[in-house]
Design a protein around this ligand. Structure first.
Ligand code: RTP
Ligand code: MG
Length: 139
């Protein structure tokens, strides 16, 4: 299992608020290398599949509708200890609890519209990267 990769999405709120450039800049400034990158969108069905792990949570339906409400940016990122390092950079799920300097503190609107996704384990990083990218789209 690789430990130097993680997967991220810039969510529809941050794309609509014109934060793609600023967020990618923070990511690369923090030492992550972009391995794969795509501007795309999720249908409600695909959002449901991506977040299937949350199917029983009360926010699942709203989350799938939010994540399919507009374009997103998907990326695979490379750095030592990528998953933990990236989750530190994005900050807490709820931006009200996110530390100063984190992406969510700066760009998130709410606990749902929280600007970015970050994988929560090496295994999920691999699954999520494979969800969006073929071998020919990674560098
Ligand atoms: P993510 O998976 O997107 O990186 O976020 P996370 O690990 O910090 O949070 P997680 O518990 O995995 O939740 C996934 C996403 O669901 C939305 N959410 N809404 N309304 C709510 O109480 C609520 N809680 C979570 C957020 O968009 C969260 O990032
Ligand atoms: Mg999560």
């Amino acid at each position: 299992m690789e430990t130097n990769k993680t997967f991220t999405m810039i969510k529809p709120d941050a794309v609509a608020n014109q934060h793609i450039g600023a967020i990618l800049n923070k990511i690369t400034q923090a030492g992550f290398k972009i391995v794969a990158l795509k501007y795309t969108s999720l249908s409600p069905e695909l959002a449901g599949k991506f977040y299937a792990v949350h199917a029983e949570r009360p926010f699942y339906k709203d989350l799938c509708s939010f994540m399919s409400s507009g374009p997103i940016v998907a990326a695979i990122l490379e750095k030592d200890d990528a998953v933990a390092s990236f989750r530190k950079l994005i900050g807490a799920t709820n931006p009200a609890q996110a530390e100063e300097g984190t992406i969510r503190k700066e760009f998130a609107e709410s606990i749902e519209k929280n600007a970015v996704h970050g994988s929560d384990s090496d295994e999920n990083a691999q699954i999520e990267g494979n969800f969006f990218f073929s071998a020919f789209e990674r560098f």
